[in-house]
Design a protein around this ligand. Structure first.
Ligand code: CDP
Length: 227
């Protein structure tokens, strides 16, 4: 498909398969894929390693100044690096998942991440996924998609993903984490998770990847009149 220089924003609840879908779509269009959640996860790992967040999720205000020295960047293959260290594996653990939403609710953390995201989005031709991409980061994105799926499907997907990576999660714990993150993400004051008015909704509870792509292709053709 010959798609113009647009930004595609994909938002939605935890484990709705946003990143897999966004990656596939980006590859199909020849766009860059960017995972905004990875940056929130990177900041969370940084805060945990520097003991700037307590077990009770109290964030040390020193994080604000410490962030000035933090360097997070995506490698060629999309893996996240902190300085020279690849942190892709560490940011996907339950330990990071359990504290990422409180960190992502801090306004100066969001500002810091937004700066990086705007830089990546400057040239367009990007598919970015997250919670507030279509509502706050790129409110003028030319195409917005909001993803949902049933809780049971989402929990099973995340459980299988963690298992495949060698973790031993408990399904109840995975469900609890999804609910907790969805609640915090939708109720925070700064840029809460919500569907943008002009977003197309995709419920992929019973869809496979090829169906998702076919759906996206239909939406793009309809919206931009291109084949
Ligand atoms: O993969 P999953 O959908 O479970 O989460 P993620 O995209 O890796 O994002 C992890 C967390 O980062 C979310 O639960 C949000 O708390 C936060 N986040 C956010 O606040 N805004 C974004 N644009 C992306 C992620």
């Amino acid at each position: 498909m010959n798609v113009p220089n647009i930004i595609i924003a994909i938002d939605g609840y935890s484990s709705t398969g946003k990143s897999t879908f966004a990656k596939l779509l980006a590859r199909k269009l020849g766009f860059l894929y960017l995972d905004s959640g990875a940056l929130y996860r990177g900041v969370t790992l940084f805060a945990q390693e520097d003991r700037l967040i307590s077990k009770l999720n109290i964030v040390d205000p020193a994080l604000k100044t410490e962030l000035q020295g933090l360097r997070l960047r995506f490698g060629e293959d999309g893996r996240l690096f902190m300085g020279d260290r690849c942190i892709e594996k560490q940011i996907r653990t339950m330990e990071v998942s359990s504290q990422v939403s409180p960190i992502a609710a801090v306004p100066y953390v969001r500002e810091w991440v937004d700066e990086q995201l705007h830089e990546y989005g400057r040239k367009g031709r990007i598919v970015m996924d997250g919670r507030d991409i279509g509502t706050a980061v790129f409110p003028n994105a030319q195409l917005k998609i909001f993803m949902t799926a049933s809780e049971q499907v989402r929990a099973q997907r995340r459980y299988d993903e963690l298992k495949a990576k060698g973790e031993e999660p408990l399904l109840e714990e995975v469900v609890r984490n999804l609910r907790e993150r969805d609640y915090i993400d939708s109720h925070r004051e700064t840029a809460p998770l919500r569907r943008a008015d002009d977003a197309f909704e995709l419920d992929n509870s019973e869809m496979g990847f090829s169906e998702e792509l076919a759906w996206a292709q239909g939406v793009i053709q309809g919206k931009f009149g291109i084949l």
